[in-house]
Design a protein around this ligand. Structure first.
Ligand code: HEC
Ligand code: HEC
Ligand code: HEC
Ligand code: HEC
Length: 166
């Protein structure tokens, strides 16, 4: 009888863990591409007052310029004011940086759907079973200034002659 609590405990974990894994590892991702030393943000922010005023930052993060629907919003629409180590969805839910695709997906629904299906972005590993990894949106797009600068177009391909009977 003495071993009972142990068995029950392990059975419970055995049941609970796969459920949690299914919820949280649905889209296993590559690590967020943070600059060295910036995370956890709370190293500094735990001791800083929150300043919700839209302003030009002067003391830190001076390299960040918002060019992403910046007229309609500001930093704290995406970053949690109360816990800087988390992102914030429109409904107020806070999520980890490893789930930043959910933030992007709120406004870019079609691309998000394509990303999940492996059409947009990049996915490595096997298609079924096995381990596969998704590259986060922010692995390619700067969340603060996501638009790619226009590239010089390649010359048009040479049209193969008479290949289709024309
Ligand atoms: C559209 C949503 C969005 C807005 C608006 C936004 N951020 Fe971010 N920010 C992100 C996401 C997503 C990341 C995570 C990138 C990653 O995973 O490395 C990030 C990363 C950062 C980082 C870490 C950068 C690094 O060097 O690794 C800092 C600092 C930051 N944001 C500050 C700000 C500040 C300050 C503002 C306002 C001027 C702001 N953010 C506005 C989404 C946003
Ligand atoms: C080295 C210390 C330091 C680290 C690390 C740091 N911050 Fe900050 N952050 C600051 C300071 C200082 C300010 C205020 C700058 C100003 O007012 O000019 C600030 C301001 C901000 C703001 C503007 C809103 C506010 O409360 O003033 C956001 C958003 C922000 N930081 C996000 C982040 C995120 C996200 C990370 C982690 C990815 C991060 N910070 C890491 C020091 C830091
Ligand atoms: C609150 C809504 C909202 C969220 C959240 C959001 N975006 Fe955007 N995004 C926009 C709007 C609106 C535009 C077009 C206006 C602009 O570029 O300033 C845009 C533009 C873009 C573009 C440029 C599209 C082009 O025409 O080239 C990219 C790429 C992009 N977003 C990626 C992201 C990524 C990655 C995230 C998550 C970190 C994200 N967005 C989060 C609203 C959003
Ligand atoms: C492997 C890199 C990569 C990843 C990961 C990625 N993108 Fe893109 N994205 C691109 C490229 C390349 C383009 C095309 C840019 C162009 O044509 O100018 C693009 C275009 C876009 C555009 C503009 C397209 C349009 O039709 O206007 C948006 C918005 C966008 N991506 C959002 C996202 C979001 C949201 C995610 C994550 C769910 C994501 N991207 C993941 C590389 C990536």
């Amino acid at each position: 009888m003495k071993a009972m609590p142990f068995i029950i405990c392990c059975m419970t974990i055995g049941l609970v863990l796969p459920v949690l894994a299914a919820q949280h590892n649905e889209y296993p991702v590559s690590p967020p591409p943070f600059s060295e030393g910036i995370f956890p943000c709370s190293t500094c922010h735990a001791g800083l007052a929150v300043n919700t005023r839209k302003r030009q930052l002067k003391d830190e993060h001076t390299a960040i310029t918002l060019r992403h629907a910046e007229k309609e919003r500001w930093c704290l629409d995406c970053h949690s004011a109360g816990n800087r180590d988390k992102l914030r969805l429109a409904d107020g839910e806070t999520i980890d940086f490893t789930e930043s695709y959910r933030l992007c997906g709120q406004c870019h629904g079609n691309i998000y759907r394509d990303w999940k299906a492996g059409i947009h972005g990049k996915r490595t590993g096997s298609f079924t079973g096995g381990k596969r990894t998704y590259l986060l949106c922010v692995g390619c797009h700067n969340p603060h200034d996501p638009k790619f600068k226009p590239l010089k177009p390649e010359p048009p391909p040479v049209r193969p002659k008479a290949q289709y009977g024309k």
